[in-house]
Write a protein that binds this ligand. Structure first.
Ligand SMILES: Cc1cc2nc3c(=O)[nH]c(=O)nc-3n(C[C@H](O)[C@H](O)[C@H](O)COP(=O)(O)OP(=O)(O)OC[C@H]3O[C@@H](n4cnc5c(N)ncnc54)[C@H](O)[C@@H]3O)c2cc1C
Length: 387
C-alpha cells in the first residue's frame, strides 16, 4: 500500500485551497497525494466573496465591484461599499492555476480516479479506490457527507438553489460598475427568491435566479424567471442575447451540528465540513479560514485541532433565521427589507462575515422586526443545546 503524509481527497475549492497553502509552506516537504474523480478545470462555478483586505488568490480574481444594488418591495438602491470589495473568481481559472503549479512539484502526486470509501486501521486512515488503497497520517476529505445518524439530519433542510445564464447581448445594457446582490421576487411564495446579477461588461453578465427553500424547481422554471428578468429589466428579447454558459448550484443551508471528523484522522473539509454559512450559502472565504487554521495547526503542533467555523452567537443567529425562512418566508422577506433599509451594506457584510462586534450585532437586531425572532428562538432550543 502506498504511503503519504497527507492525502487531499477532493480537488475542489477546499482541497485545492489546502494544497496551495501546503505548497507555499514548509509542509511542501511532505509527501502529498491529491485525488479527484475529475482533474479537468471547468468554469462551472463562479465563486464570489467580500473582503476588507487583500483577497485570497488575488492574481486569479476575474472581476471586482465596490458598488452593489439591492431591490426589495419596489425600492431599488445602489450603494457604494467603502470597507469591503466584492470579488469574483472562476472555478476553472482557480483549478487550472493550482493544478499546474502542483503537477511538476516532487512532493505532490495527482491522481484522477473515483474514491470508493475510507477506513481506519487503528493507526492510520486509508483511502480506497476500486484498484488500490493509500494510507496517510491524515486525510482531508471534501467528497462524502459525514452525517449518518438520523438525529443529525437537519431540522430545516433548506437549500440555496439557483440556475443562471451567462449572456452576451447585442446592445450595452449592464452597468458593469454595480453588481446586484439581491433583487427580490415577491411573487414567489414557497421561500425567498431573488435575482443575483454579476455584470462582466456592458454587454455580458451572469444572471441567476436564486431561491432559499427546501424544494428544487425544474430547470426550465428558473430559466423562465431569468428570461423574464432580462425582458422586464433590460428590455432584452431572446434574439438580443446569446446564452454562453449555464450555472446550476445547490448549496446546503443547514442546521446540522458541527462534525469535524469523518473517521479518526480523516478531517471533513469545505461544504461537507460544515463550513458553509447556513443563512447565506457563502463558503469560499470560510474555506480559506478553515484551510489557514489547518496549516498553522500542522506547522505549530504537528497535529490537528479543528475549530467550529462559527462562534456560538453567530450560529444561533443563523438557526433563528433558518427557522423563519423555512416556516415564515413572508416574515423573512420583511426582515431582509428592514436589514437593507436600516443598515449600510458594509454593516450587513460585516455581520454576515461574522466580523461584527456584539454592539454591531445589537444594532442589526434592533433594525429588523423582532416578533418573528421571538417566535423562532424557542423552536431552535434543541439545536442550540448541541452547540
Ligand atoms: C455553482 C456554485 C456556485 C457557488 N458560488 C459560491 C459563491 O459565489 N461564493 C461562495 O462563497 N460559495 C459559493 N458556492 C459554495 C461553495 O463555495 C462551493 O460549492 C465550493 O465548491 C465548495 O468547495 P468544496 O471543496 O467543499 O467542494 P467542491 O468544490 O465541490 O469539491 C469537491 C470535490 O470532490 C470531488 N469528489 C466528490 N466525490 C468524489 C469521489 N467519490 N471520488 C473522487 N472525487 C470526488 C469532486 O469532483 C470535487 O472536485 C457555490 C457553489 C456552487 C455549486
Amino acid at each position: 500500500m502506498q504511503q503519504y503524509n497527507y492525502i487531499i481527497a477532493g480537488a475542489g475549492a477546499s482541497g485545492l485551497s489546502l494544497a496551495w497553502k501546503m505548497l507555499h509552506s514548509q509542509l511542501s516537504e511532505k509527501k502529498i497525494l491529491i485525488i479527484d474523480q475529475s482533474l479537468t478545470p471547468t468554469n462551472d462555478k463562479t465563486w464570489c466573496f467580500w473582503d476588507a483586505a487583500d483577497p485570497p488568490f488575488a492574481d486569479l480574481i476575474y472581476r471586482k465591484w465596490t458598488e452593489a444594488e439591492v431591490s426589495i418591495f419596489g425600492n431599488r438602491s445602489i450603494e457604494p461599499l467603502s470597507d469591503y470589495t466584492y470579488y469574483c473568481l472562476r472555478s476553472g481559472d482557480f483549478r487550472n492555476h493550482i493544478l499546474n503549479s502542483l503537477k511538476d512539484h516532487p512532493s505532490f502526486d495527482l491522481l484522477e480516479t473515483p474514491i470508493q470509501n475510507f477506513s481506519f486501521n487503528g493507526q492510520n486512515p486509508i483511502l480506497h479506490t476500486d484498484k488500490t488503497s493509500f494510507n496517510a497520517d491524515f486525510i482531508f476529505q471534501s467528497c462524502f457527507n459525514p452525517w449518518d445518524k438520523a438525529e443529525d439530519h437537519p431540522r430545516h433542510p433548506l437549500l440555496q438553489h439557483f440556475l443562471g445564464w451567462e449572456v452576451t447581448t447585442s446592445k450595452p445594457v449592464f452597468n458593469n460598475n454595480v453588481f446586484t446582490l439581491m433583487d427580490f421576487d415577491q411573487t414567489f411564495g414557497e421561500g425567498i427568491a431573488f435575482i443575483y446579477l454579476l455584470p462582466w461588461s456592458k454587454t455580458s453578465a451572469l444572471i441567476e435566479y436564486t431561491i432559499f427553500s427546501d424544494t428544487l424547481l425544474e430547470k426550465k422554471q428558473y430559466e423562465e424567471k431569468v428570461s423574464l428578468y432580462l425582458s422586464n429589466r433590460f428590455n432584452l428579447k431572446p434574439v438580443d442575447y446569446n446564452i454562453e454558459r449555464k450555472e446550476f448550484g445547490k448549496i446546503p443551508m443547514e442546521d446540522r451540528p458541527y462534525k469535524p471528523w469523518y473517521k479518526p484522522r480523516i478531517l471533513n473539509l469545505g461544504t461537507v465540513g460544515g463550513v458553509t454559512k447556513p443563512s447565506t450559502g457563502y463558503t469560499f472565504k470560510r474555506i480559506q479560514k478553515q484551510t489557514d487554521a489547518i496549516i498553522s495547526s500542522l506547522l505549530s503542533k504537528g497535529t490537528l485541532q479543528p475549530q467550529p467555523p462559527s462562534k456560538k452567537r453567530f450560529k444561533a443567529y443563523d438557526l433563528w433565521l433558518l427557522q423563519i425562512i423555512d416556516q415564515h418566508p413572508k416574515d423573512a422577506l420583511r426582515i431582509f427589507n428592514h436589514l437593507f433599509k436600516n443598515n449600510s451594506l458594509d454593516e450587513v457584510f460585516r455581520f454576515l462575515a461574522e466580523e461584527s462586534s456584539i454592539f454591531d450585532d445589537l444594532k442589526i437586531m434592533s433594525s429588523v422586526p423582532y416578533l418573528p425572532f421571538l417566535r423562532a428562538i424557542p423552536k431552535t432550543f434543541d439545536r442550540l443545546r448541541e452547540l
